[in-house]
Design a protein around this ligand. Structure first.
Ligand code: ZN
Length: 379
């Protein structure tokens, strides 16, 4: 496998100490290396260094410099944003690992405001932290947020936040033999010195261990009505897998649902195009529906997406197509969980958004027509 240059930054990093790879880079000289996702605009290469390991370099201001192998630490604001999304969208026991600027107390990683759907308000609202890190229950942080719109609904989580030690998960090993007095003193001096230079970044691992309201394994009621009976069952299986932290299983079930339901998905999108009176898009969507498999139908539809369906330039149909047409992801549970979460969000968004928009428009039309009728001159 190591007879060719790896395809991703992570693969190159993983190969740096493999002899066949070292030989290859030494033989071929510097090779282009894919840029990591956190620095995707820069040019990277992997260079031989005599008898040592090859190094990864990046082009900065016209010269090559040694590149970091890990993403730079997140700012506190960015970390909180990520944690907020994690708390809202992820099921229990699916961990989130992040590298952030160190915080004095782990509970500071919890965001003061989160955004999530409220069952009373029946829409996405802002929720304010009430008892952020308000207490420790069995070693976990208990935190709660309150819906700012209705003031009545609460969202509570019990969360485990571990600080992951630099050189792999474990804590500092105990010395095998008791230290001599001098050695013990030297060790203490070393520790004090270390403590004076605070680390630039810390790795934290967060796991939700409890949640109220519970993470539901039932799809949204409106969506459930749209799905075929078999797909409804598959959808529940996907959510069940998610709730137990099985990313691979969840992704597999969601992909099957999307494949089966592609026709309905395109019908829903066509409804929006029709409502907007866009004949051109409607014709293209009709063409997409005739594609000879789900993959082709989704690909064509992604190019005929009404602008109003896109969120901040992101096209949910493109997301759905790229996740369902991607290969199987090396059996990595965490990566699959991420993809399953994204796929579910994009799929549900399309249904919900179109229902909301067409519903609101119909309501507006009804009110306006009524008003026009009432304001006839003879009334
Ligand atoms: Zn509310």
């Amino acid at each position: 496998m190591a007879s060719s240059i790896p395809q991703s930054f992570h693969e190159v990093v993983a190969s740096l100490e493999i002899q066949a790879f070292i030989d290859l880079v030494n033989r071929l000289g510097s090779q282009p290396c894919p840029a990591p996702p956190w620095d995707s605009d820069r040019t990277y290469r992997v260079s031989p260094v005599g008898e040592g390991y090859p190094v990864i370099e990046r082009l900065a201001g016209g010269t090559w410099e040694k590149a970091g192998l890990e993403p730079p630490p997140l700012t506190l604001a960015a970390a909180r944003k990520l944690v907020g999304e994690f708390l809202v969208t992820r099921p229990l026991y699916s961990p989130l690992r992040l590298v952030a600027s160190p915080v004095a107390d782990r509970k500071f990683l919890l965001p003061p405001i989160i955004r999530r759907p409220c069952s009373d308000c029946r829409e996405d609202t802002n929720w304010q932290a009430e008892e952020r890190g308000g207490g420790w229950a069995a070693g976990f942080i208990a935190a709660a947020w309150k819906c700012l719109q209705c003031g009545g609904c609460k969202f509570a989580v019990w969360i485990d936040i571990e600080q992951v030690a630099e050189d792999d998960e474990s804590v500092e090993p105990e010395p095998a033999e008791p230290l001599s007095k001098v050695a013990a003193l030297a060790e203490r001096v070393r520790k004090v010195k270390e403590a004076k230079e605070p680390p630039r970044a810390e790795t934290y691992e967060l796991t939700k261990v409890g949640q109220w309201e519970p993470w539901s394994i039932r799809p949204d009621a409106a969506l459930e009505k749209e799905l075929e009976a078999t797909d409804r069952a598959l959808y529940r299986k996907a959510l069940m897998n998610m709730s137990q932290g099985y990313g691979l299983g969840a992704l597999a079930y969601f992909r099957r649902v999307v494949e089966n339901e592609t026709g309905r998905l395109l019908d829903v999108v066509a409804e929006l195009a029709k409502d907007e009176g866009d004949e051109g898009l409607l014709a293209e969507l009709e063409k997409a529906k005739k594609g000879h498999n789900a993959d082709e139908r989704l690909r064509l539809a992604a190019n005929a997406t009404p602008a109003s369906l896109k969120i901040g330039g992101v096209n949910p149909l493109k997301t759905i197509h790229s996740i369902t047409s991607g290969g199987v992801h090396n059996g990595d549970e965490a990566a699959c969980m991420g993809l399953a979460t994204e796929l579910r969000a994009a799929f549900e968004y399309v249904f919900r958004h179109v229902r909301d928009v067409t519903g609101q428009r119909a309501e507006l039309r009804r009110v306006l027509t009524k008003r026009r009728a009432q304001s006839k001159p003879d009334v």
